[in-house]
Design a protein around this ligand. Structure first.
Ligand code: KG4
Ligand code: ZN
Length: 355
């Protein structure tokens, strides 16, 4: 194998069209040559959430232009690439099809290997641009669609030890922001306005805080925000509710991560905790994780802030790791709108769930 490896990553699972090119030349960590992200926030803003058909159309319109831009910035020719990796799931079926079929077409035309990437594995490996981590490590994945604790045993080897039984954390941030009229996407807005509010003003519930191990629940918290809305009279009240929501989330994350660390310790000697996904960009969450890790003698790892939310560099990273293990995919690989990292994990959602 030649020394320098060049991998393209393509991401279109939801509302970001993204293409990245990364280079690995034995130096650690790999270098990001280009990381182009075209956000569709403006397209979906007026609907308060992502509209799949509009998202897919926007991916179609932009994918070629963004790919050309990534090649230009990185000064790489298509023929120089060693492999093309693209998100094949989980995500919106119409959106995944755009990026993954585009990758397939490139691979056929260029006779390059195709690598199908699990978007969540991309998040899981995203801190590896900072530092190459040894397996196993504990992962707290907090994004718009997922909230899980997983033991990362190796590439493609995951054991879920905890999950949300209802809403994902990012979803709770987005819905709270929407109820408060802060707009979409809500996470960064809640973080911003929380700074102006009193976190102790509203006493909000922490569902399943004392049961269910490191499983989590956010639906009751969201409903409590909705109920508290009638008490809001001034702008300051809104900031207080945002701050109280975020403070409650911090308490839940602190307690549940503490339990996850204890559970992880029973089966592994490692002291590494990775926190990844869009919500990992939240500075207050980073602070509380740092505090907990300090108390537990654990080492926290976060991706760079710009690599927390959806991007193609993390997809290229997963592609690179698979390339090194010669894990290529056939050109008839079908996208997987549902693709859990731990295929054996029990479905734990909805009322009547036994924890
Ligand atoms: O990982 P991501 O970009 O997309 C998914 O794979 O879901 O995560 C997006 C989620 C959104 O819900 C967004 O509101 C949330 O991450 N988010 C944040 C922050 N930045 C993004 N949540 C809280 N605080 C933030 N600063
Ligand atoms: Zn994501």
């Amino acid at each position: 194998m030649k020394k320098k490896i060049l991998i393209m990553g393509i991401e279109t699972s939801c509302d970001e069209t993204a293409v990245s090119i990364i280079e690995d030349n034995g130096r650690k960590p790999p270098k990001i040559l280009a990381n182009i992200i075209s956000s569709q926030v403006e397209v979906h803003k007026k609907f308060g959430g992502v509209v799949p058909e509009l998202a897919a159309r926007s991916h179609l319109e932009k994918i070629e232009m963004i790919t050309k831009k990534a090649l230009k910035i990185s000064k790489i020719k298509l023929k120089d690439l060693d492999a093309i990796s693209a998100t094949a799931g989980p995500g919106l079926i119409v959106c995944l099809s755009v990026g993954f079929n585009f990758a397939k077409a490139l691979c056929i035309a260029l006779k390059k290997p195709l690598i199908a990437v699990n978007h969540l594995e991309g998040h899981a490996l995203s801190p590896m641009f900072e530092k190459n981590l040894d397996y196993p490590y504990l992962l707290l994945l907090i994004s718009g669609g997922h909230t899980q604790f997983l033991i990362v045993k190796g590439l493609g080897k995951y054991k879920r030890i905890g999950t949300t039984i209802d809403d994902a954390l990012g979803e709770a941030f987005d819905k709270t922001a929407k109820m408060l009229g802060f707009g979409f996407p809500g996470g960064p807005k809640i973080e911003k306005y929380s700074k102006k509010g009193n976190p102790n003003k509203f006493n909000l519930p922490k569902p399943i805080i004392n049961k269910g191990g490191c499983n989590l629940s956010f639906a009751g918290l969201k409903t409590a925000v909705l109920r508290s809305k009638i008490l809001l009279k001034t702008k300051k009240d809104k900031y207080d509710l945002a701050a109280s929501f975020q403070a409650t989330v911090l308490k839940i994350i602190y307690k549940k991560t503490k339990i996850a660390i204890r559970d992880f310790r029973k089966v592994a000697k490692s002291k590494s905790l990775v926190v990844a996904g869009g919500v990992a960009a939240n500075k207050e969450i980073r602070k509380i994780i740092n505090k907990l890790c300090n108390e537990e003698n654990f080492n926290p790892f976060f991706p760079a802030e710009k690599l927390c939310s959806d991007n193609a560099a993390m997809i290229a990273m997963a592609g690179l790791k698979k390339f090194k293990k010669k894990k290529f995919d056939k050109l008839n690989f079908s996208i997987r709108p549902r693709w859990p990292l731990d295929e054996n994990a029990k479905f734990l959602k909805g009322s009547g769930v036994k924890l």
